[in-house]
Design a binder for this molecule. Structure first.
Ligand code: ARG
Length: 588
């Protein structure tokens, strides 16, 4: 059959084996094809592992087959002929090794070169998702944990968007709660004329927060006024509302600077947004019999947890959990999201597990976290300094994100100047490259780790131009671009008309890796693991290096085909960069 590449090699092969399973063992219709990429690649590119399991099912039922290898042979025999498969062989106890056709692989890459890499986008079964990420707290520090959430959340959103999911990027900022009482009272004290308060007047909100907290802890009178201020604010008193809005605005301007640098887009729907709906949602849970009285508070008891989930405090106020339950209700019912993803440090895992469980009990969600509507908590570990302790800078005890990004840029600019680039490039080029490399390095160093583990923040490591770093990868991409430029060929023309062949073993291995791009993105999405994509990208550059050192490109008889392979590699690398939120570099 004439077969188009549909983006997922594994699934496409599984479909063929499904046909042969139905033909070989018509009495076992429920057996699913087991297809996996081969680890070694020596005997084949993929393998089908059904024969052994199938044998144990059918051996007692008077089968004609004499053992698992014979089952394997039969499966191969009834495999529909396909352009995609070059050959199959049965090995050992019955593994079926599949060798893909190099011709088919080459043609599939040619198609991508003509029609664009978006034709390789995976299709997921969800239409709309919420990614709740970044979500700092007003007036408190936006710390490196929020940086991790911002970077990881943005990448997840980008991968889902590439997979044709509509993503609602939500910044669930902490803009409500009792701390506003003291902040507002302190504001009134320092600035009796609230209208005249500007960002510069307050200066640093974190310092302002600390000062007000200090006063709150020491001064009984102030404390009392602060507590009344909360009541007034929540009751909607316009003077208090206005002061609250002012404080939020100042924070917002600060946050926006970080987002702008990182080129991250987010829509703020803070905790306060859900406030008008909370009472109704808690009443719904109450009417379902979930809510009980406990020591003056209203709580939900959940199996498997030592403590109940508090949804109304003893003073009648709402809390973090009541807001999150309400936000979930809103996202499911008003926004019609089928998948809701929360990105925070692992320290909050219990909170998420508890309110997810409460939502399942209420019948809002199915009983597992794989079927839709689906919720997932994407937890991540701590950022550590090189001393192995929680990451802090010397001067202040918190790390200012803007300073951190500044330093990454400054350092990468220095490295470029050391290589004499300030003499070759315009100041703009130098600046843009320094920024792309510096910010890219910060993002990649975060994303490449399994997100659950703690990671050590080290400028020296992340800005190294060797090893698994953004710098190395960005330069690798720029080098490919320069090879293409040096050929003097019109690559856009070549993309449309040129023929590609994968005759050399290293060309073939690179081509196969390129074709695995879509299934990798799909895996990274379904398992919510950006590190899977980073690993793919790093391996891609390794495959490319092997190809480039063993196959001459410019001036060889295979020049056209090999230039196309270079171009395909550059395209897929750029798509990876894009999904990781990294700006590519074209010159080094
Ligand atoms: N503002 C919280 C914090 O800084 C994170 C909010 C995460 N999102 C949520 N829906 N709970 O810890």
């Amino acid at each position: 059959a004439n077969e188009e590449f549909t983006g997922n090699l594994k699934r496409q092969l599984a479909k063929l084996f499904d046909v042969s399973l139905k033909l070989t063992v018509p009495d076992e219709p429920s057996v699913e094809p087991l297809v996996a990429a081969s680890a070694l690649g020596k005997f084949g590119d993929y393998q089908c592992n059904n024969a052994m399991g199938l044998w144990s099912i059918i051996k007692g039922k008077g089968t004609q087959f004499k053992g698992p290898p014979a089952v394997g042979q039969a499966l191969v025999k009834s495999l529909p002929t396909s352009e995609m498969v070059e050959s199959c062989s049965v090995a050992g106890p019955g593994f079926i090794n599949v060798v893909l056709s190099a011709k088919w692989m080459a043609k599939s890459i040619e198609n991508m070169l003509i029609n664009g890499v978006d034709t390789w986008a995976p299709t997921l079964s969800v239409k709309r998702a919420v990614v709740d990420f970044s979500s700092p707290n007003i007036a408190k520090e936006m710390h490196v944990g929020h940086l991790r959430s911002t970077i990881i959340g943005d990448t997840l959103a980008r991968m889902l968007e590439y997979s044709n999911v509509e993503v609602l990027r939500r910044n669930h900022v902490g803009d409500w709660g009792t701390q506003f009482g003291m902040l507002i009272e302190y504001l009134f004290e320092k600035f009796p004329d609230t209208d005249s308060v500007t960002e510069t007047a307050i200066g640093d909100l974190q310092v302002f927060y600390k000062a007000s907290k200090h006063k709150f802890d020491l001064d009984e009178d102030f404390k009392e006024r602060a507590q009344q201020a909360v009541v007034r604010l929540q009751g909607g008193d316009p003077v208090y509302r206005k002061a609250w809005a002012k404080i939020c605005d100042i924070s917002r301007t600060e946050f926006a600077k970080v987002y702008q640098r990182l080129r991250v887009e987010l829509e703020e729907k803070g905790e306060s947004f859900y406030n008008p709906y909370i009472a109704k949602v808690i009443e719904e849970l109450n009417s379902k019999g979930l809510v009980e009285e406990s020591e003056g508070a209203r709580v939900i008891f959940l199996e498997g947890f030592d403590i109940p989930l508090m949804v109304v405090k003893s003073d009648g106020g709402f809390n973090y959990a009541s807001t999150d339950l309400t936000a979930l209700w809103y996202r499911l019912n008003e926004e019609k999201a089928e998948w809701i993803i929360y990105v925070t440090d692992v320290g909050q895992q219990q909170h998420f597990n508890m309110f997810f469980k409460a939502a399942r009990k209420a019948g809002w969600l199915p009983d597992n976290d794989k079927t839709y509507p689906r919720v997932n908590h994407v937890g991540f570990g701590l950022v550590l300094g090189e001393d192995g302790k929680r990451f802090r800078t010397r001067a202040t005890d918190v790390v200012r994100l803007v300073d951190l990004l500044d330093e990454a840029k400054t350092r990468s600019k220095l490295a470029l100047i050391e290589r004499g680039k300030d003499k070759e490039w315009t100041p703009e080029e130098l600046d843009q490259t320094a920024e792309a490399v510096g910010y890219g390095a910060v993002k990649y160093a975060d994303l490449k780790n399994n997100r659950l583990t703690n990671y050590t923040f080290s400028f020296d490591q992340m800005l190294n131009d060797k090893g698994n770093t953004a710098v190395y990868l960005l330069y690798a991409h720029a080098r490919i671009c320069s090879i293409i430029r040096k050929s003097g060929k019109d690559i856009d023309e070549l993309r449309k008309t040129g023929k590609l062949a994968l005759d050399h073993a290293d060309e073939r291995a690179l081509g196969l890796h390129l074709l695995r791009f879509a299934e990798t993105v799909e895996e990274a999405c379904t398992n919510l693991l950006p590190s899977v994509l980073c690993e793919y990208l790093y391996n891609l550059s390794e495959h490319y290096t092997r190809f480039y050192s063993n196959c001459q490109v410019n001036g060889s008889p295979e020049e056209t085909s090999r230039l196309l392979l270079c171009e395909a590699t550059a395209i897929v690398m750029r798509k990876c960069f894009h999904l990781l939120g990294i700006t590519p570099v074209y010159k080094i």
